[in-house]
Ligand binder design. Structure first.
Ligand code: SF4
Ligand code: SF4
Length: 145
């Protein structure tokens, strides 16, 4: 059972596992391939999505084994949240870490599983291309995920 507006009363570090997991809105944007500039460290997103992502639902098709299936799949933890600056601006972990409020379309606020889709947020709003391992990612760079 989630406590009332826990995201306003607790820091990310104070949240329990259930609360931490509930922050994820399921947008799937973190499953897009990112490119990092070797000199500036700047990260840009592409519309190429991990082959384990289901483009119909934006969910991982084998979440339990994600680190085995895709060694580069990073697990988001409270201890490392400050490192996750590459997450999209709409990601609840990034927003709370930056001191921002959750948006109205976040399912914790809207209580509506469809609110992301209605707001045009997430993987389902992007014409994604599934990674085949042979794509030139530079051809698929997007401005904002
Ligand atoms: S970008 Fe953030 S909110 Fe969206 S699926 Fe990834 S962790 Fe969850
Ligand atoms: S393994 Fe799953 S969670 Fe990890 S990037 Fe791929 S689709 Fe996303």
């Amino acid at each position: 059972m989630l406590s009332e507006k826990f995201w306003e009363r607790k820091t990310l570090a104070q949240m329990n596992d259930l609360e931490w997991e509930a922050l994820c809105d399921g947008c799937g944007l973190c499953c897009l391939t990112k490119l990092q500039d070797e000199e500036t460290d700047e990260v840009v997103y592409t519309r190429v999505v991990c082959p384990y992502s289901d483009p119909k639902t934006a969910q991982c098709r084998d979440y339990a084994n994600r680190s085995v299936n895709v060694p580069a799949c990073v697990q988001l933890t409270r201890q490392r949240v400050a490192e996750f600056d590459w997450l999209p601006d709409t990601c609840a972990y990034r927003m709370l870490h930056r001191g921002q409020s959750l948006p109205d379309w976040h399912p914790l606020i809207s209580k509506d599983k469809e609110s992301l889709r209605k707001a045009g947020i997430g993987l389902l709003a992007i014409p994604v291309v599934v990674d085949t391992g042979t794509l030139d990612y530079e051809d698929y760079v997007i401005e904002h995920p």
